[in-house]
Design a protein around this ligand. Sequence first.
Ligand SMILES: Nc1ncnc2c1ncn2[C@@H]1O[C@H](COP(=O)(O)OP(=O)(O)O)[C@@H](O)[C@H]1O
Ligand SMILES: [Mg+2]
Length: 327
Amino acid sequence: MDETLLTVNNLRTEFQSGARTVHAVNGVSFILKKGEILGIVGESGCGKSATCRSVIQLLPSGGRITGGEILFKGIDLTEKGEKAMRDIRGREIAMIFQEPMNTLNPVTTIREQLTETMPGKLNREKKREEAARLLRMVGIPSPEERLRQYPHQFSGGMRQRAMIAIALASKPELLIADEPTTALDVTVQQQIIRLLLDLRGTLGMAMIFITHDLGAASELCDRIAVMYAGKIVEQAPADVLFRDPMHPYTRGLIQSVPNLEDRGKRLKSIPGHTPDLSAEIIGCPFEPRCPLASEQCRRAYPEVFHLTADHYYTCWNAGKPDGRDTV
Ligand SMILES: Nc1ncnc2c1ncn2[C@@H]1O[C@H](COP(=O)(O)OP(=O)(O)O)[C@@H](O)[C@H]1O
Ligand SMILES: [Mg+2]
């Protein structure tokens, strides 16, 4: 049986901003199986959101897909029109964002927003029951009362939960979560991550979880893709990635995750910053920041090296000592 839900092949997405063309997604490929949670991690500006917004074709103005294919259950979404995509977005693929206030409608009740995408054949009463059940499922107390309320009457964490409930109302097969815990405090973050894990367990939903927080990704994801400058630079099962990171960028990200013992100490972050994606980049875009950089890196983008069937990276010098491992 084919368990593949989503196949993204050599996706390219650009933003036109004045005279500049920003190459936000530069040939991204990945596969997502049914019920699987894929993490996409990387610093801000690496193209994580552009990748996921391309999948559901909700790009901000100026953004467009310029190449590749997005096969959802075998059907290429890049060939679908806006109306067909609206149907898919409403029912089969749902997305949640960092800031729920931008997604929730301030002038309609939580109940209306929950019942909007429910099947038309359900009557009003059934929809209300289902809406209450969803709120209960995401851990919102007194759901009957909450249904009558508006988003501004919810706290940050509760709003995030409400947004998840709304996303789940259509029973999507794929949930795309773009930094859903970034704006929340650590305790609420933990609760939301636990909730997403529970939901995968009970609903068998696949998920793409975008984050710049490697700690959160390690708790939630089965597999992790590390993005840099619009490309995936390393991909592996989550435990393998943390145990055996190969790309110097992945290593840098892992070293900048705070350990409990290190709280309060200065974090090691990767020196330098992400490249301008409107400029032409020859060679490896991480080269200026890379402790392993060599002449070859300045000349040519690295090939894809497979360590195992499900662990690959794109780096000419990966695995060579970088001087940081020995301190
Ligand atoms: N609406 C836009 N117009 C122009 N450039 C954009 C727009 N949105 C994103 N970009 C650029 O595309 C690149 C990738 O952005 P994004 O996908 O948002 O990164 P991430 O989600 O990893 O932080 C960045 O260089 C960003 O500046
Ligand atoms: Mg983003």
